[in-house]
Design a protein around this ligand. Sequence first.
Ligand code: ADP
Ligand code: MG
Length: 151
Amino acid sequence: MATYQWTSTSPEETMQFAERLGKLLQSGDVCTLEGDLGAGKTTFTKGLGLGLGVKRTINSPTFTIIKEYQGRVPFYHMDVYRLEDSDEDLGFDEYFEGEGVCVVEWAHFIEEFLPEERLAIRIAYEDETHRTIVLEAGSDHFDKLCKEITS
Ligand code: ADP
Ligand code: MG
């Protein structure tokens, strides 16, 4: 599948980029977010929420694993870091196949539950303020979105 790349020079720019993506996401879309601690996964998610019309403040869901927000569609923010080394299924299918948009931080910890058709986002730390964002489109739908937001 095609990959796309974007360089961000500030947290605000990461949020703006993610907001553009969030505006284009549709009911049922799943995005995965990978990157080291402090890379910007939650920052990116805040931008996605803005693009989806979420009014509440989005915070790291570290202690709840799944947080639900309401925008123009339901928005599920998952941080599955604490599921490392467990194959616990928290009913992921219902989220991934439901009407909402899902974003999953540390998605590789629940690899077996992830749908094939997803947008895989990797954020790499370059220096204090620079991040490289790599998007891998798992379907034609995501391919179109990636083209649009990176052009
Ligand atoms: P993660 O969820 O991946 O652990 P966070 O989004 O919680 O990361 O934290 C990212 C940190 O990096 C924040 O303190 C943010 O201000 C900072 N930062 C600096 N530059 C950027 C950038 N270009 N994009 C995103 N975050 C950045
Ligand atoms: Mg985070």
